[in-house]
Design a protein around this ligand. Structure first.
Ligand code: SF4
Length: 420
């Protein structure tokens, strides 16, 4: 994608994981061909920013050389699957992801799906994945061994019950094929298809009319049937946000401030992991999970050698104020931005109370955060100093309750969260 500071190259790590070698190569690419920054996206991708268009081919060649490039664009586009980064052996998440990715690679009839059409595979280890945007959500049924699955179209309180990964993947692909046909019809009629959730009424009508003799969608495997969905979806504001720290049995979550990581920080971590079987799982929470069954990864001194103590690069403590803010790329990186966003978000972080969240957006499009925030600052068109619309309990596109200038925020950074 072209952006204000060069190309943004989005890398979709296979099965959501980078080996130490792949992480090291990515860091090197960001330093030699880009702006020296890597971004962790809300769909568990890694983005290189500021890539010179003249170096694009060299970057793609290097990505292919370390197993981070699909054979074609279509396959990369369809492989929009966020799998639970907290997956554990035996929970079936990786098995289902492998079967689904294979099915997506071989499927035809999916070309018309919207570019953002995506999947999530939730092993049920936390509520955090429910806030991730997905058109088809696959939930593991708690307590089942081998794991059974529910395949839920976004926006429908019903799911397809599947006994195993092959059934679940086939059920999901049947739904995707039905939706792709709807999208093709809309494109043929000159309309731009919306996401699957916008078809909730039609989905419900077709589901209600389905019978064992006339199943819907076409192509469902035998035995798969509709059941009421028991898992929630969307953000539950009463649940705590993901926090950095050790998770027994799988590894340590470490955050990147605003999801941005200097190339040298990733390179240092990858170098410290070299030769080990521990990889880095990319999460949709702007964090990496450093795989290890032990609280201290690898030999003594690993934490220091990996540079994880550098507070400017990493968020390693639960409750770090920087976890309470987010910001989109803003100016000058994004050509649509009305003002810089990131420095302001970090400057205000210490004034955001626990349980609250501040999002700073460069325009109403609202990249970088789909969920509502306690306060959203939206940069407004202006010819003078930056001015921000103040949205409370909403998203960047929502109605503002007032406006505030940049200097007022700098002079009184606690302004937004004062009681009166
Ligand atoms: S929200 Fe607007 S300014 Fe921010 S990255 Fe998206 S398009 Fe750019």
């Amino acid at each position: 994608m072209a952006s204000g500071d060069g190309l943004v190259v989005r890398v979709r790590p296979p099965l959501g994981r980078l080996s130490p070698h792949q992480a090291w190569r990515l860091a090197r690419l960001a330093r030699t061909h880009g702006a020296g920054i890597l971004e962790l996206s809300s769909r568990a991708n890694v983005q290189l920013r500021g890539v010179d268009p003249a170096r694009h081919t060299a970057v793609l060649r290097a990505l292919a050389g370390c197993g981070l490039l699909d054979v074609d664009v279509q396959r990369e586009r369809l492989r929009n699957v966020v799998l639970d980064p907290l997956h554990r052996p035996g929970d079936g998440v990786q098995a289902l992801a492998t079967v689904l990715l294979q099915g997506l690679a071989e499927a035809d009839g999916l070309e018309a799906l919207p570019a953002k059409f995506g999947w999530s595979i939730d092993g049920g280890h936390s509520h955090w994945l429910q806030a991730v945007s997905a058109d088809i959500r696959m939930h593991r049924v708690a307590g089942t061994h081998p794991p059974a699955w529910r395949v839920q179209p976004d926006g429908l309180p019903w799911a397809l019950a599947a006994a195993g990964p092959a059934q679940a993947a086939a059920a999901g692909l049947a739904l995707a094929r039905w939706f792709a046909a709807q999208c093709l019809a809309q494109r043929t009629a000159g309309r731009r298809p919306a996401r699957l959730a916008a078809h909730a009424d039609e989905l419900e009508r077709l589901r209600a009319a389905a019978t064992p003799h006339r199943p819907w969608p076409a192509g469902l495997p035998p035995g798969v049937h509709w059941v009421p969905a028991t898992d929630g979806q969307g953000t539950d504001s009463t649940q705590p946000d993901p926090q950095p720290g050790f998770l027994p049995g799988i590894g340590t979550l470490v955050g990147a401030p605003l999801g941005r990581l200097p190339a040298q920080a990733l390179a240092r971590l990858a170098w410290a992991l070299r030769g080990s079987a521990c990889g880095l799982r990319v999460t949709p929470w702007r964090m990496l999970l450093v795989e290890s069954g032990d609280p201290v990864v690898g030999p003594p001194g690993f934490w220091h050698a990996a540079g994880l103590g550098v507070a400017a690069h990493w968020v390693t403590q639960p409750g770090d104020a920087r976890l309470r803010v987010s910001a989109c790329t803003g100016a000058p990186g994004c050509p649509q931005a009305q003002a810089p966003t990131q420095a302001l978000a970090l400057a205000l972080a210490a004034h955001v109370p626990p349980q609250a969240h501040l999002h700073v957006a460069g325009c109403a499009k609202g990249c970088a955060r789909q969920a509502p925030a306690t306060v959203t600052l939206r940069a407004e068109p202006t010819t003078g100093e930056p001015v921000f619309a103040v949205v409370r309990q909403g998203r960047a596109a929502d109605e503002a309750v007032g406006h505030v200038g940049l200097s007022a925020l700098q002079d009184n950074p606690g302004l937004l969260f004062e009681k009166n």
